[in-house]
Ligand binder design. Structure first.
Ligand SMILES: C[S@@+](CC[C@H](N)C(=O)[O-])C[C@H]1O[C@@H](n2cnc3c(N)ncnc32)[C@H](O)[C@@H]1O
Length: 287
């Protein structure tokens, strides 16, 4: 198909011209920038998520938008582009067996030790708050000896995470005890929402971090790294690089928690399985 014919076929019924070539360009850019490998068939998703950016910038086609992105060195637009293309699905206590294992980590704390935890793809915050709730329950106090770092590449979800305000449906599956103890129901204009209590929020620091960055400016060692349901978007060599940067930050007796469909059999020199989608440092035994 000629390029013009292809553009016509692709843009039928669409507000903006969006060709196969534009899709390939988006794919390359988000892969280079965030490691995200967009599958074939994601054209409609890309179109609907980025069309908003074109409207905001009053541009007429995807190629104009992508030219702008690549030539203008517009850091804010690069961030908006990245935010638009991330997938942020998450929930409180997702994959609950991980939180049971985390309780065992807490139970082994040395006297006086402050435990550092890192949630490396925190999305809208449900995961780091689940870590904080687990800590509060394990230590029987709202000020447990735990500090949580929550990072994500997407600044918009991080802002939501930091606010700690959720529609009530988001906590519907939590036990009544957890809802009562760790959340406050909104009143008036906040009716229908709930807010995580301040004591839990104060256990967590939120920061933007791209897992693709050459080095992570973080201070460990972390007793646990939760890096769940993000590696799935990366190819194997990228997963390996991320693990290579992360492992020196994990305590020798620390645990690495992965998502339910993530496995690292290609990186056994870095991580060794020690439970259902749970890993430890491969060099821990030798140390
Ligand atoms: C599907 S969510 C997973 C959220 C949570 N970890 C969970 O399992 O419920 C994936 C998250 O990874 C983030 N992400 C994608 N690429 C990233 C990167 N290169 N660096 C850091 N975070 C990234 C996305 O912004 C998104 O919030």
């Amino acid at each position: 198909m000629s390029q013009t014919a292809e553009a016509l076929a692709d843009t039928r019924q669409r507000e903006f011209a969006f060709t196969r070539r534009d899709f390939e360009r988006v794919r390359r850019l988000i892969r280079e920038r965030a490691g995200i490998a967009l599958m074939d068939g994601k054209q409609d998703m890309v179109y609907s998520r980025l069309a908003r950016r074109l409207r905001m910038l009053a541009l007429g086609s995807f190629s104009e938008y992508l030219d702008h992105l690549e030539s203008a060195r517009d850091a804010a637009e690069w961030q908006a582009f990245t935010n638009a293309l991330t997938t942020n699905l998450t929930s409180f206590f997702r994959e609950p067996h991980h939180f049971e294992r985390l309780q065992e980590v807490f139970a082994q704390r040395a006297p006086g030790e402050r435990l550092l935890l890192w949630c490396a793809a925190a999305s809208t915050g449900e995961e780091p708050y689940s870590l904080a709730i687990t800590a509060a329950e394990a230590f029987g106090t709202l000020s447990p000896p735990v500090s949580i770092l929550a990072t994500d590449i997407d600044t918009q979800v991080l802002a939501t995470a930091e606010r700690g305000i959720y529609p009530l449906e988001r906590i519907a599956d939590l036990t009544p005890e957890r809802r009562r103890r760790f959340f406050r129901r909104g009143q008036g204009s906040n009716e229908g929402n709930c807010r995580v209590i301040d004591e839990l929020r104060s256990l967590i620091s939120f920061r933007r971090l791209n897992l693709l960055d050459g080095r992570y400016p973080l201070r460990g060692p972390f007793k646990a790294i939760f890096c769940r349901n993000v590696m799935i978007y990366f190819d194997k060599p990228t997963q390996y690089l991320v693990l290579q940067r992360m492992m020196p930050l994990l305590a020798l007796d620390g645990l690495f928690f992965a998502g339910h469909s993530e496995s690292f059999f290609h990186a056994t020199d870095l991580v060794i399985p020690c439970g259902r989608t749970i890993y430890r440092r491969a060099d821990a035994e030798a140390a």
